[in-house]
Design a binder for this molecule. Structure first.
Ligand code: FE
Ligand code: FE
Ligand code: FE
Ligand code: ZN
Length: 208
């Protein structure tokens, strides 16, 4: 026997223009609830990164990039512990809740790595993916610190600000590696390829 889903629950709402999202039964009812849910989200994200960053390191070729990622992997492991410290300070059980955004960003990083040739171009791709991750974390920790402040959780706010600053540092370091070496080398490879094509032109020349 096939079970038939009742359409009466969402049927009316789906036709309404600008409808609100129906809240789940375990929906956050206040700012503190939302704050705690967001902590569970970033806890999952940080733990996911302790597994994703090693894959980026394995795929990277630039010594500087490997060093920057290796450094941030250690920082990230400490950030996992810091989130646990935040949970403890709040008297909330440390619990991870899947972060859909980080899952997507990690997936995109894997895509970029599989779709680029090994070398400086893949390095440039890894940096682009890693910076998207850092920016997601910067946005998240910025919000979490602001929530903690308004909720009078001063100690927790300080811990979150500490992590926020580490994420900003990681982002700046990646920009520096990209701008001072990797992007330059990757662009130079393009120029070399263009010159080779000019020396031995392909039957159909590309539009320029
Ligand atoms: Fe982090
Ligand atoms: Fe998230
Ligand atoms: Fe980070
Ligand atoms: Zn940035």
């Amino acid at each position: 026997m096939k079970s038939v889903k009742s359409s009466s629950q969402n049927g009316a709402a789906s036709s309404a223009k600008g409808k609100k999202t129906a809240a789940k039964s375990d929906a956050a009812s206040g700012l503190r609830d939302l704050f705690e849910d967001s902590l569970k989200d970033i806890y999952w994200a940080e733990k996911a990164l302790t597994k994703a960053i090693p894959k980026m390191i394995k795929n990277a070729t630039s010594e500087e990039l490997v060093a920057a990622l290796t450094d941030h992997l250690e920082v990230t492991k400490n950030q996992v512990a810091r989130v646990e410290q935040v949970f403890a300070s709040l008297g909330v059980k440390a619990q991870a809740k899947k972060c859909a955004a980080m899952e997507g960003l990690v997936k995109e990083a894997e895509e970029i790595m599989s779709e680029t040739e090994d070398g400086v171009v893949r390095d440039a791709g890894i940096i682009s993916a890693a910076q998207k991750v850092e920016h997601y974390e910067i946005a998240t920790y910025g919000t979490l610190a602001a929530f903690a402040k308004i909720l009078n959780e001063t100690e927790v706010a300080d811990l979150l600000m500490e992590t926020l600053n580490e994420e900003k540092e990681a982002d700046d370091k990646l920009s520096e590696v990209a701008e001072t070496s990797i992007n330059v080398e990757a662009a130079a490879e393009d120029t070399e390829e263009d010159e080779e094509e000019e020396a031995a032109p392909a039957p159909k020349s590309r539009k320029k």
